[in-house]
Design a protein around this ligand. Sequence first.
Ligand SMILES: [Zn+2]
Length: 266
Amino acid sequence: MKMTAFLTSILSILCGIGSALAAPTVSVRYTPTDNEALKPYYEFIKEHDSLAPAAATANLFKWPHNLLLETKECNEVNAMYFPGQNKIVMCYEIFKDIAEKVEAQLGHHDQKYRNEIKHNSLVFLFRHELSHAIFDIFKIPLIGNEEIAADASAFYFTLSNGDLETERKILLGAKFYFMRKNENFGDDTRYQFGTFSDIHPLYEQRYFNMLCYAYARYPEQASFLVQQELLPQGRADYCPREWQQLSYGVERLILPYFKKPKASKQ
Ligand SMILES: [Zn+2]
């Protein structure tokens, strides 16, 4: 009896040490909401497991602390990384905004396509927020605007997926995210002074940065972008260098924090 008690206490001590030494984990939480107006959006995100792709990217890293990816009601139309809290939150309110605009603007596509756009716009958005977490937690040196860097990092991980069809769908989701507020994309009559002083570049610029990386990453499959003048030749000429700079930056600054660091190509 005594021996059993002794073994039990040893076991509990070992378990305690084990959990204290356990590697930090990345967890996903779809927090339910009581708000009837937001419930369908909570259900959609849960059903599509929309945080899974960003969580898979996050799981490549050797985090110093646990990291939480969460969707919840927050009374604002936003998605954000909380420095110091190891937490990224996507509000149901911003997904409601995206989903409503998908239904209003993409009615000429079937429901399956519209749902894919909704899901994949979240995949991009969460990878963008995850990039803010990577920059902050691993103290990645940045020269220039963090928002541009967060987009670039999100596109790097998206375009390094290895599955062209999945990558294409996420780019379409990101495209909608950029275009959703202005159906007349490029119409500059709706811009206000604050638009130009915002910490984010214009949605149109973020969209063309995305096309540039996609074109450089897949010159053959994405050649239609230039042929159909969706990406001007004058910009396309710079894209291979832009992708090379991005890849070099990620390989030098970010990949060393992978659980299994990848050898730099440079
Ligand atoms: Zn951002």
